[in-house]
Design a protein around this ligand. Structure first.
Ligand code: FES
Length: 141
């Protein structure tokens, strides 16, 4: 009986050891949101619109049949800029950007990045925030 209980105890500690090894060996890395994602159909962005997608940190700009996506993350310290009459304005330290994201004032050291926009086979627009493109490069619809 005692031998049987001892064997059961050893077996149980082996299982606990295996579980703790799995928990502690498992990488603790976390991965953010996918950087390539759909933002909807072109018709969701009528000509003349400058729509901010807050959760995505983007402003989608459509001029006629051309569409683009600019970052709304300030290049100074990373606050989210808002759309203003003249372009974009950062509420944190006063940086200003024109409609194309070019710095017009404040401490921001670089313009707002433009990201690659493609039209997927399913007809939806996809933005890839891993690929910056030349400012002023629109996708023609
Ligand atoms: S974070 Fe935008 S001006 Fe400082």
């Amino acid at each position: 009986m005692l031998g049987w209980l001892t064997g059961l105890g050893l077996f149980g500690s082996g299982i606990l050891s295996a579980i703790s090894n799995f928990v502690f060996i498992k990488p603790r890395a976390t991965y953010g949101q996918p950087q390539r994602f759909s933002i909807g159909k072109p018709d969701d962005f009528p000509p003349g619109v400058r729509a901010t997608l807050g959760a995505r940190g983007l402003c989608v700009v459509r001029e006629g049949n051309k569409i683009a996506a600019l970052s709304t993350t300030c290049t100074h310290l990373g606050c989210i800029v808002g759309v203003s009459d003249s372009g974009f304005a950062c509420p944190c330290h006063g940086s200003r950007f024109d409609q194309d994201g070019t710095v017009t004032g404040g401490p921001a050291p670089r313009p707002l990045p433009w990201y690659k926009v493609t039209l997927a086979p399913n007809g939806e627009l996809e933005v890839d925030k891993d690929i910056e493109i030349t400012p002023g490069s629109y996708l023609s619809l």
